[in-house]
Design a protein around this ligand. Structure first.
Ligand SMILES: Nc1ncnc2c1ncn2[C@@H]1O[C@H](COP(=O)(O)OP(=O)(O)OP(=O)(O)O)[C@@H](O)[C@H]1O
Ligand SMILES: [Mg+2]
Length: 508
């Protein structure tokens, strides 16, 4: 054994001697040319081709590197190797990866791919504001030359798709907000994100089971519809308009949609966006598999009025085709539209060419007053599905009873059965929102089921009586209450939002 180490040491010594001799005798240009020639000869005779996937591409992070790292972590053969363990920010799972300078064999479509993770020390040559890593990492992929034309592209696509899938499974949902308007942060992102932990699901959502099923099927069809959208030449996106009185579950429905599909949410605060180009920038920085939400669209901004100015300027002698004109107004880039956000800007955002950058995106608008929206925004085809969220119905009530009291129809005693029938009669007349019903149930959740149901029955009957006597809240009262609520939620914008809410929709 000792002899082996002695001969190895002397061999390395000889190698080092020849290397330094080479360095001393030959100029660097010649050495470089010799190495290049050697590689050419090697490549010519080798039956393999090699691809380096570096961690940093120039000064940007190479997406493919991260994807390969994730992909290899899911590979079955990784189990035998030495593994590195990571847990990403906001992630609830651990991922395994190849350790430095380790290798792994993968197979795809009958071809063998050999991956090596190469890490070398590195001093960045160029100046960068961002601190750059001191190590240069890269994955080297080795595949047979004959496999390259058929296998390489599909293999890389497969890696990207698998990595995205793993990322979504591991990562908790993210909720993005544009609280800085369209301004970019140091990394060039206009969105800020926090982990999205809303517990609302379609199981807990109180609404008629058939309608729920219809929406879930629609969402599933959309998510699985890549080939359909490609075949039909449509942009892979879908729009939902949720409307109904406050407290009927519009926001809860959005959370349920995100949790059902595993999508992130971009909560677009329109009042923070100042120009159409800012809006476009925001859209460009959203990721696929996400839901872009504009809540209370009628109150966010007075789109119709703003747009009218630009429309007149851009198209003075056009015939009146309202929708078309609105879009052209924005596209023409008139003074008004470049300075402020317009309805045309918003329509281009959801519907125009820009809406297709990226794919698999859902747009959701919510409003309490569908009648106040500009017809261009609600015309058929613009928003694919209009969903009315109504007052608490009996099927919805049963879901709330199950959520809050663990009461299941048919499982209770005779008294509870009678109470349920009485609740069925009262709930239709009472016109209470699921939010109000939930409040009553939360207050009484410590009581035994029968007691809590009796309390709810009393409240429902009281509300029904009020309505019968004409003492129920009129629409104006509901609206007043709603405006007060909004003013409390955002004192600074309260008055402005209120004005917009009351503004008459200006039509041609
Ligand atoms: N359909 C529903 N199913 C289950 N819970 C609901 C439903 N509607 C309302 N709630 C309860 O009431 C609360 C308020 O509901 P949510 O914020 O979803 O209403 P909204 O329609 O978005 O109201 P707003 O128009 O004021 O924004 C939720 O936290 C939820 O607990
Ligand atoms: Mg809401």
């Amino acid at each position: 054994m000792k002899e082996f180490w002695t001969s190895l040491a002397s061999l390395m010594g000889v190698f080092a001697f020849f290397q330094s001799l080479l360095h001393a005798v030959f100029p660097p240009e010649l050495r470089f040319a010799a190495v290049k020639l050697f590689y050419r000869l090697f490549n010519y005779f080798s039956s393999y081709c090699y691809f380096d996937i570096t961690e940093i591409d120039g000064v940007n992070t190479n997406e493919l590197y991260n994807a390969v790292q994730l992909y290899l972590s899911s590979s079955a053969s990784v189990a035998g190797s030495r593994l590195s363990l990571t847990r990403a920010l906001n992630s609830s799972a651990f991922t395994f990866g190849l350790s430095n300078n380790d290798r792994l064999v993968d197979t795809f479509a009958g071809a063998t791919a050999i991956w090596e993770h190469v890490v070398t020390q590195w001093q960045p040559q160029s100046f960068s504001w961002r601190p750059l890593p001191q190590e240069k990492r890269c994955f080297t992929l080795r595949i047979k030359k004959k496999d390259k034309p058929i296998v390489l592209q599909p293999y890389l696509d497969h890696i990207m798709a698998t990595a995205n899938d793993i990322r979504r499974r591991n990562q908790d949902r993210l909720l993005y907000t544009n609280s800085r308007g369209g301004a970019l942060d140091v990394r060039g992102h206009p969105w800020e994100s926090v982990p999205f932990k809303h517990p609302s699901t379609f199981e807990t959502l109180a609404m008629e089971p058939e309608r729920k099923e219809e929406i879930m099927t629609d969402l599933r069809d959309f998510a699985d519809g890549k080939t359909f959208y490609q075949k039909t030449g449509r942009a892979w996106k879908r729009g939902y308009l949720l409307y109904g009185p406050p407290g009927t579950g519009k926001s809860s429905m959005i959370a349920a949609m995100a949790n059902y599909l595993g999508y992130d949410i971009y909560d677009l605060e329109l009042t923070e966006v100042h120009t159409n180009s800012e809006l476009r920038k925001l859209l460009m920085k959203t990721t696929p598999k996400s839901i872009i939400v504009i809540e209370d669209i009628d109150c966010s901004i007075n789109l119709t009025n703003r747009n009218n100015g630009s429309r007149k300027k851009a198209l003075p002698s056009q015939p009146t085709f309202p929708d078309r004109c609105l879009e052209l107004g924005g596209m023409a880039g008139s003074d008004e539209s470049t300075k402020s956000i317009t309805l045309s800007g918003l329509l281009n955002f959801t519907d125009g060419l820009w809406s297709c950058c990226g794919s698999e995106r859902i747009f959701v608008f919510t409003t309490n007053h569908i009648e106040k929206l500009d017809p261009a925004l609600v015309r058929s085809g613009r928003m694919d599905m209009h969903i009315f969220m109504s007052y608490c119905s009996f099927p919805a009530l049963k879901i709330l009873l199950q959520n809050y009291l663990d009461f299941v129809e048919g499982d209770g005693n005779a008294d509870e059965g009678r109470l349920l029938r009485a609740l069925e009669e009262a709930v239709g007349f009472a016109q209470m929102t699921p939010a109000d019903v939930s409040e009553v149930l939360i207050k009484n959740r410590r009581k035994e089921k029968g007691g809590a149901m009796a309390e709810l029955l009393e409240v429902l009957r009281g509300q029904a009586e009020k309505r019968k006597a004409g003492g129920g809240q009129s629409n104006e009262e509901v609206e007043e209450e709603e405006q007060e609520k909004r003013a409390l939620e955002s004192p600074k914008e309260g008055s402005e939002a209120g004005e917009d809410c009351n503004a008459e929709v200006v039509k041609d």
